[in-house]
Design a protein around this ligand. Structure first.
Ligand code: THU
Length: 145
């Protein structure tokens, strides 16, 4: 679902909660919701989608990114990941890389428990020593010089 708003963490929490309720997670029973706020204030949310062939399961963050891209938006200012319990659900390694593609070093990553206790870090803190498109750009520049 996509909501157009000037969002803060509470709005992201509510959007993630609505998405989490739709989680398809019959194998893990671990329902995750994620909500992204873009630079224009729009919010894009998604849930995890599991599969009987376990490695094909998709994380909530990836679902939210898919909705965001399908809405024509590419710049993440904030993202909230909602856990199904009272522990945080830090984005998995693959999702950190997927989020990085559309983030800046100062993009905020909110990790929320089910009851709304939120820990916030920047993208640079979440994924230090990251590999991104600037590494490819540098490589290609060096290759032609
Ligand atoms: N999961 C997410 O949706 N996001 C994460 O960052 C961590 C894990 C999901 C994938 C799977 O459906 C379930 O949680 C258990 O791993």
């Amino acid at each position: 679902m996509t909501i157009k708003t000037t969002a803060n963490a509470l709005e992201l929490f509510q959007a993630a909660q609505a998405a989490q309720a739709l989680s398809y997670s019959p194998y893990s029973q671990f329902k995750v919701g994620a909500a992204i706020r873009c630079d224009d204030g729009s919010i894009h949310s998604g849930c995890n989608v599991e599969n009987a062939a376990f490695p094909l399961s998709q994380c909530a963050e990836a679902s939210a990114i898919g909705i965001m891209i399908g809405s024509g938006k590419t710049t993440i200012k904030e993202v909230l990941v909602l856990s199904p319990n009272d522990n945080l659900c830090p984005p998995c390694g693959g999702c950190r890389q997927k989020l990085l593609e559309f983030s800046s070093a100062d993009t905020l990553v909110h990790m929320s428990t089910a009851s709304g206790d939120i820990t916030t870090v920047t993208m640079a803190e979440l994924l230090p020593y990251s590999f991104d498109k600037s590494d490819l750009d540098r490589h290609n520049l060096e290759a032609v010089s």
